[in-house]
Design a protein around this ligand. Sequence first.
Ligand code: SF4
Length: 938
Amino acid sequence: MSENKDSNNEPGQSSSKSRLSSYPPLDRWDDWVEYDAKSWPKKVERHYSLVPTTCFNCEAACGLLAYVDQDTGEIQKLEGNPLHPGSRGRNCAKGPATINQIHDPERILFPLKRVGARGEGQWERTTWDEVLDTFATKVRNALIENRRDEVVYHVGRPGHDGYIDRVLQAWGVDGHNSHTNICSSGARVGYALWQGADRPSPDYANAQFILLLSSHLETGHYFNPHAQRIIEGKMAGAKIAVIDPRLSNTASAANYWLSPWPGTEAALLLAMAAVILKEDTFDREFVRRWVNWEEFMREERPSLPCSFEAFIDAIKDLYSEYTPEYAALECGVKAETIVEVAREIARAGSRFASHVWRSAASGNLGGWQVARALYLLNALTGSIGTEGGVSPNVWNKFVATPFSKPAPQKVWNETLWPREYPLAHHEMSFLLPHLLKDGRGHLAAYFTRVYNPVWTNPDGMSWVEVLRNESMIELHAALTPVWSETAWFADYVLPMGVGAERHDIMSQETHSAQWISFRQPVQRVLRERKGEHIDFTYETNPGEVWEEDEFWIELSWRIDPTGELGVRRHFESPYRKGKKVTINEYYRWIFENSVPGLPEKAKKADLSPLEFMRRNGAFAVKTNIYDQHESRLTDFELEGTRVDDQSRVVKPTATGEQNIGVMIDGQPIRGFNTPSRKLEFYSKTMADWKWPEHTLPAYIRSHVNWRDLDQSAGDYILVPTFRLPTLIHTRSGNAKWLYEISHTNPLWVNPKDASKLGFKTGDLARVSTEIGYFVVRVWATEGIRPGVVACSHHLGRWRLKNDQGTDRWASALVDLDEMGDGRWRLRQLEGVKPFKSDDPDSERIFWQEGGVHQNLTFPVHPDPVSGMHCWHQRVRVERAQSDDKYGDVVVDTKASHEVYRKWLEMTRPAPGPGGLRRPRWFSRPVRPVDDAYLITDE
Ligand code: SF4
């Protein structure tokens, strides 16, 4: 809060009244005055220039406003940007903590090159020229020798929309690898099968009933923008139900907390669907128009008349086995509660919003069916595309087009997209060590980008083994704003800017609107505003911290200096023929040419589109987006199309292209991005791709089903997937405020189980998985279901040297002992402790146990359909043994490779119909040409 004349509570507006203001009005951003808190009780004025940017600490892309002190030229703090349509001036703790990341005394300021063996921890400072030339040669040779599957870019936090896709396609490589299969692809497959879009966009603020799986208020998708709208909905009278074995912050704010056995969630949801069907409280008209019931009847009930009434009888019959009593027994939730929630959902009708992200969909074998089952509730209530309901994410996300779009690559990288997983929603990134060990590929140049697989992925020691192996990975650069466990095993560590030191454009589906947000380097913007000429952002960043956009331009230019490879032309300025594009030109072109309404809006403010975005930081492209599926195809779109006699889909002019609409009640309507253009309750794709038993929303027994546990012997289900609201995987290691708030990850144990096992809070437990064990402290709490234990995946950072490596705010000093034959032991030598630095706070650290790195003990569990790593573990929990120490981790990578092979046996590999590697209608990151989908060697 600040006292300021002429300000009011309305963001971005000016007033003559004198009162407390939450947000500085836009017209005062060039000279904003606040009293200096430290000078209190004296009133000492401080003058700030305010520059908007975008938070880089999670995927939500909230707006930030940097307060730059006009006397010192330093960023004093970062608060919310009130003009941002998604976050509306509000942030979580991680947004303002960007200031810690800027001033982190542990940050990497110069590019580093390893000397000695990989992982030995010997580094020397190098130059960016040397880095760029080394990688340019490596990539150039791969292109010339047509080894276009040997260049891989592996992203942890994307943080931009489409930038790298363009770079990789300019190079002509199939090299995009992401973290998505350890994150969200379970739910994505479920949603994509229904609607052809892999994410939902719930309209929480207008909902009457909200059903959430996972902890959306603190860590959902997209956390702060969604959290504020969930609460807005609640304040307007909506009720909330949360399905989570753990009492999350969201569950604690809900009207209903349903705590089922992990892995049984789909059964619970189908029981709710069965209640709605049985009680005839579903939206008949919506189901008739928009569910692909005709296709279901034709394919699965050919002997019955293809009528809507016959379908209703069939679907009632299909789900009749999911009685509340059955679900109560299977899931461990009271039958009355299931009925009560189902009736609430039906009452909300088209204003029923739901969401599953990560959690059950990412924890379990068959987790993708949780999203299928959940969306069945939306389909039945007609709450798809409605106000207060859920829309396909693509309606609410705006991706701007850059000045040059390279052609899709002609290759298919089987190290990233192996044939065993034709339906995997994203690259099988977490299998990379096993695929490399099996000799299925080899990497010439590997870029990890804000990604820390050694720590974040399951089975981190297998990653260490391949990262150290120069015959598997020739050259590895870690592009990162912060030290990480993975960077330690790289050849080059390349410091990249944090949220106030780089450019990106982002958009997310936070509500029923489309917006873009501009991340920008604050110091550069201010200096350019003063008329200074800046060539590169690193000139205004600390040390030699680069921004990635400029790195990729420079690298691409050096890969193809003469233009002979066809790369260079995509990096030539759209404004100066034959010259290298500058970052200002890159964004100037986008804002001038590909954001509808922005040039007009900028003109009204007497600014160029680029200046407008530099001033405002965000722009609302569209608002109130509903019912897009109901729009009629235009005469222009219909030209040359034909309607399929049986399915009534509107077929495109050219073969191979996707269907563009469907005839409904005699009208050509756009529909959804599925083959039938309807919501696919029945998925022919699943039948065609060898999974005929999974064509409908159904319940798949998880690999951690409670019935398989030997509870008397100490077997439990471990839920390791939950985030803490204040941490951000690897990137919060450099944020002291965040570690001050959250710094340890105890094992949540129900008091009944604690007493059975002889534990009290603070005792040490040994938790054993299929490939090893970890030692952690117990927290006895009613916040977890009996029979289940939980541990947050955010903590347990480590470093191998005292004064270098993962930030000391967060990490323990460890000894990593390679015991031979694939066995490793990680033991903490020292916990987190105070250290001397330029920041006096580093000597005030009071926390000591920085958590346990549990992910090391998880083998890979790739779901055979979605490709999602199934995170939940069946574990044995017992008292720690006499030589166990807090934080110990012991693993066996040979055993983990065996588990990988066991799960591989569950797959049903490509080719599918027509010799394809993957259904062409499925989206794919950095999509190659259609021909690349064909398997030609069989
Ligand atoms: S939710 Fe928090 S961390 Fe994520 S973008 Fe918003 S402010 Fe940043």
